[in-house]
Design a protein around this ligand. Structure first.
Ligand SMILES: [Fe+2]
Length: 286
C-alpha cells in the first residue's frame, strides 16, 4: 500500500498529461546507484511480457529494490495503477566517442488507446550534456508518427536533453518523440528502461485530495492545497515552442480528452476548447 504523500498530485498528473513526461532528479540514493551499475554490467534478468511487476526483480535485485522504493511505487501507481504488468526492459548503452546519435522516433503509431503505458527510465550515473542523454520533445505524445519517419529531424525547438544527476528517474508516455543522444565522452553511458502496462482502469489513481467534485455544476472544482488552486486548465493549455501558429489546438484538445478519461469527468474543459467541438444541437428552431 502506497501512502498518499508518495503518490503524485493532480498538478503533477496534469503536467504529465500536457507534456507527456515527468522527471524526478536524483531520487535514488548513491549506494543503490552504485549497486545498480554493478548489476546492470553483470546483466539484468528479464521476465515474460505480461508478468505482474511485483513478480519481477525479486530480492536481492537492486533494480527491484529501486522500483520498490515508496516514492517510485507512488509514481508508478499514480499513472498505471497498483501492480502494473511488466512489458519489456532494456539496458541502453551508448558507447564512448560515438559519431552519431540515435535517430528521433516515436514507438507507438499502432497504439490508438486513450489508456497509456509508461516507459520508466533510470539513470544510474551522472549524465552531463557531452554524454548525450535521452532526448525528448515535450508535448509530442499525441502526435502519432510512424516510428522513424521523424528521423530526419536532428533538433526541434523545445526539445529537452535528459542531463541529470545519478539516480534520476524519467517517466514517459508511450507516444512521446525521443532518441538517445550521441555520447561524446570516453565513458559508456547506461540507462535502464522498463515499460509498464496498466492492469486497472486509469481512473483517479493519484492523490486526488486537491480535487473535489461539485456534481451540481457537473464540473470539477479544485479545492486547492493551502489556498493555492491547481490551475489544471492553465497546465493543459500550456504552449510548447514547436506548436504551429502558437496555439497547439490539437494538443490541447487531446490533453482535455485524456484528463477527462483520467478524472472520469466528461464535462471537464479548458477554455471551451472541447465543448465547442461537441456542440451539435439537434433541436429544430420553432
Ligand atoms: Fe525508443
Amino acid at each position: 500500500m502506497v501512502s498518499k504523500e508518495n503518490l503524485l498530485t493532480s498538478t503533477e498528473v496534469a503536467q504529465f498529461v500536457a507534456k507527456g513526461f515527468l522527471r524526478f532528479d536524483a531520487l535514488v540514493p548513491d549506494d543503490l546507484n552504485q549497486a545498480a551499475m554493478r548489476e546492470i554490467e553483470a546483466g539484468v534478468k528479464s521476465a515474460p511480457a505480461g508478468t505482474p511487476l511485483s513478480q519481477c526483480y525479486l530480492p536481492p535485485s537492486t533494480l527491484g529494490q529501486i522500483l520498490r522504493m515508496p516514492r517510485i511505487q507512488g509514481i508508478i501507481q499514480s499513472l498505471v495503477g497498483p501492480d502494473p504488468l511488466f512489458d519489456h526492459q532494456a539496458v541502453h548503452v551508448r558507447q564512448p566517442n560515438q559519431d552519431a546519435a540515435q535517430h528521433m522516433h516515436a514507438d507507438s503509431i499502432i497504439d490508438t488507446r486513450t489508456h497509456f503505458d509508461i516507459q520508466l527510465m533510470y539513470y544510474p550515473h551522472d549524465v552531463p550534456l557531452e554524454m548525450g542523454g535521452t532526448l525528448l520533445l515535450p508535448g509530442s505524445h499525441f502526435r502519432r508518427v510512424n516510428e522513424s519517419e521523424i528521423a530526419r529531424y536532428q533538433n526541434i525547438v523545445g526539445q529537452i536533453p535528459m542531463v541529470c544527476k545519478a539516480g534520476s528517474i524519467l517517466v514517459l508516455h508511450h507516444g512521446i518523440w525521443h532518441c538517445g543522444r550521441q555520447n561524446k565522452t570516453d565513458r559508456p553511458r547506461y540507462m535502464f528502461k522498463v515499460r509498464l502496462n496498466p492492469a486497472v482502469r486509469q481512473l483517479r489513481l493519484w492523490n486526488t485530495d486537491d480535487l473535489t467534485e461539485e456534481t451540481s455544476k457537473h464540473q470539477i472544482i479544485f479545492a486547492g492545497v493551502k489556498g493555492a488552486e491547481p490551475d489544471i486548465q492553465g497546465i493543459l493549455a500550456q504552449q510548447e515552442p514547436w506548436f504551429e501558429w502558437g496555439d497547439g489546438r490539437l494538443e490541447i484538445v487531446n490533453r482535455i480528452r485524456l484528463w477527462r478519461f483520467l478524472t472520469g469527468d466528461e464535462t471537464f474543459d479548458a477554455h471551451y476548447w472541447l465543448t465547442r467541438l461537441e456542440n451539435m444541437p439537434s433541436a429544430v428552431a420553432n
